[in-house]
Every structure is written in structure tokens, then in C-alpha cells.
Ligand binder design. Structure first.
Ligand code: KG4
Ligand code: ZN
Length: 334
């Protein structure tokens, strides 16, 4: 059978990325231009700055990907792109770049939902088999999704307020740990002990998550210590916070694995890079004799390889689109 090469483009938040993936599973070349240094001065992503940076970088990122892969557009079968959800101004840059390339080279366009993309970061480790359970944990999403087959996404539960990564970023900013909070808190947690008493988020027997109470508890604690002229111990706070987060994620996930009698389980999104999350999820899968896949660290946060990987299957299923694709800041997972 002829090999199929998909070029993927991702620009939904603060990473401009392009990748070429062969047959859905083999990453040929990926380029990611991160804006972390630019946004860290503001303690979070500034949408207007993000889209300006995408404009500046996108052509260079695409050219560099083709150069690294030693390929030309003639060898590409289709162009996959993130159409949403994400920041509208950022999404538009990737979408317009994809449309222009598709028009100039006569290639089909394959629109991909950003979260479906995250799920496929695992497909670059091992080809996905269904049914499976996916825990998506990122800066914008906290979702438990059951997939009976490739194109059916049954959302079991999700966050009612802040996403888990967002909570990491917010508490890190308040406590003065820096941006992005996730990797920094994760690192500090490895040197701290669980000494702060923080509330366990939503324990109502549902699959939903709520992290805003935990976030407020950390902010209040910080405030109280400041009033006493004291400082929180950043290592201990990080350890205490991370323990509560990991336990919450693990409890809900274990419940879904048991109740749905699931045999395959994957995690995805920026927070899937968390060292304790990875350990704990492996543990709960092992205890139940369930296959567990997690993406390599570099593919947890936003990248175009996951979009190109998903793009292969959507392309094969005929899920292509005309030039009228619109950016969507939110959309049902599909
Ligand atoms: O998937 P992603 O790049 O963007 C979204 O689609 O949201 O995820 C970024 C999020 C940020 O909130 C960041 O703090 C978090 O992932 N993150 C982590 C870790 N590495 C990145 N959170 C916890 N532990 C980590 N090691
Ligand atoms: Zn993402």
C-alpha cells in the first residue's frame, strides 16, 4: 500500500507548530516555536500577542518542517489543521496558512478538533485500539472521554470551572513560582513534603471535576501567611497541591475504569507531562491489568505531530473540508 504523508498545523494557543507524519504513526519531522518566554512576563498567554507571534513564525515553521523532513509539498497527501477549540486569533493564523498551502498545491484539508489531536499524541507511541478511556488534562481541558470506536467520543465528565493546568498556572502566579506553573510546581513538589491541609475537590460520585475551590484555598493560604509577614514554603505547597490534584484525577479515573470495564487507557495534554500523574495512572492501570499509554513528554504539550497523526485517520475516513473552514473557540469533540 502507498505510504500516506500528512502535514499538520497547530496554532490554537501559544505554540506555532508544523509536523509531517507518515501513515499516522511515524513522526518524520516536527517544529515547535514556543512563545513561553514572551508570555511569561505577563504570567499567562496574552491572546493579541500570541496571534502576532503566530503570524511572524508560521511560514518559517512550515518551511523548516519540510526542510528537516527533506520533503516537498508534492509528496504531501493532505493538510491537517487545528480548527478549534482555542484562541480565535491564534487559530485563524494556522487555518489561513493551511488553506493557502492547500490552494497553492491542490491538497485536501482535514480539520481536527484540538482535543482529538491530543488523544492522538498516544498514537505516535502505539496505534490506538478501541474501545478506550482517555483522560485529557491540559491548560484548557479536564475531561474523561470514553471512545467505543475511533469517531465516537462519549464525554463521561469534565471540569465545572478551572481546567487542571489552568489551576497549576494560577496558583503558581499567585505564589510567585512563575509561568507556566505546571512544570515548575511539579519540579518543586519533588523536593517538598505534604504539610499544608488543602481541600479535596468535588467528591460527588460523578465524573466531573472542580478545581476552583482548591485554587481559592491556596490563594487564601498565601494571603493569610502574608498577613502574618510569613511566606509559604514553595516546595511543601507544591507537594501538598500536587498530591490533592493527583488523587482527585486518579479517583475519578479509577471509578470510570471499573464501572465501564475498560481495557485500554490513555492520558493526554500538558498535565500528562506531570511526573506524579504519570506514575499514579500507570499504577491504577497496572492494578487492574489494563493497557496504559502516555505520550512522550515532548508530545504532551501542544504540537502539530498529534494533529497530523489524527489527520491520517480522518483523511482515510473522508473527513475532509473545503476552504470554508472556520475557527471555533469552542466545539463539541468530534
Ligand atoms: O496541552 P497544553 O500545551 O495546552 C492546552 O491545550 O491547554 O497544556 C499546557 C498546560 C499548562 O497549564 C501547563 O502548566 C501544564 O500544561 N503543564 C503541566 C506540566 N507540564 C505542563 N502541569 C503539571 N505538570 C507538568 N509537568
Ligand atoms: Zn492543548
Amino acid at each position: 500500500m502507498k505510504d500516506v504523508y500528512i502535514l499538520g498545523i497547530e496554532s490554537s494557543c501559544d505554540e506555532t507548530s508544523c509536523s509531517i507524519v507518515k501513515n499516522g504513526t511515524e513522526e518524520i519531522a516536527t517544529v515547535i516555536s514556543s512563545q513561553i518566554d514572551i508570555h511569561s512576563d505577563f504570567g499567562g498567554v496574552v491572546p493579541e500577542i500570541a496571534s502576532r507571534q503566530h503570524v511572524k513564525n508560521i511560514t518559517m515553521v512550515i518551511e523548516e518542517t519540510l526542510r528537516t523532513a527533506k520533503m516537498t509539498m508534492d509528496e504531501i497527501d493532505a493538510i491537517a489543521l487545528t480548527y478549534g477549540p482555542g484562541l480565535i486569533g491564534s487559530l485563524l493564523i494556522g487555518i489561513e496558512a493551511a488553506k493557502t498551502l492547500a490552494f497553492a498545491h491542490g491538497k485536501p484539508l482535514v480539520p481536527i478538533h484540538h482535543i482529538a489531536g491530543h488523544i492522538y499524541s498516544n498514537n505516535l507511541v502505539k496505534e490506538l485500539e478501541f474501545p478506550l478511556l482517555a483522560l485529557i488534562i491540559s491548560g484548557g481541558h479536564t475531561e474523561l472521554v470514553y471512545m467505543p470506536d475511533r469517531f465516537t467520543f462519549d464525554k463521561l465528565g469534565g471540569t465545572l470551572d478551572d481546567a487542571v493546568g489552568e489551576c497549576y498556572d494560577k496558583i503558581a502566579r499567585v505564589v510567585g513560582i512563575g509561568y507556566p506553573g505546571g512544570p515548575k510546581v511539579d519540579k518543586l513538589a519533588q523536593e517538598g513534603k505534604h504539610s499544608y491541609d488543602l481541600p479535596m475537590p468535588l467528591n460527588d460520585g460523578s465524573y466531573n471535576f472542580s478545581f476552583s475551590g482548591l485554587k481559592s484555598a491556596v490563594i487564601n493560604l498565601n494571603h493569610k501567611e502574608k498577613q502574618k509577614g510569613l511566606e509559604l514554603n514553595k516546595e511543601d505547597l507544591s507537594r501538598s497541591f500536587q498530591d490533592v490534584v493527583v488523587e482527585t484525577l486518579a479517583n475519578k479515573t479509577a471509578k470510570a475504569l471499573d464501572e465501564k470495564n475498560i481495557k485500554r487507557f490513555i492520558i493526554a495534554g500538558g498535565v500528562a507531562a506531570n511526573s506524579d500523574v504519570r506514575k499514579k495512572m500507570q499504577e491504577i492501570a497496572d492494578e487492574r491489568n489494563i493497557e496504559f499509554i502516555c505520550p512522550p513528554l515532548k508530545n504532551c504539550t501542544d504540537n502539530a505531530a498529534m494533529i497530523a497523526s489524527a489527520g491520517y485517520y480522518y483523511f482515510q475516513a473522508g473527513k475532509t473540508s473545503g476552504y470554508d473552514i472556520e475557527a471555533k473557540s469552542s466545539d463539541k469533540l468530534k
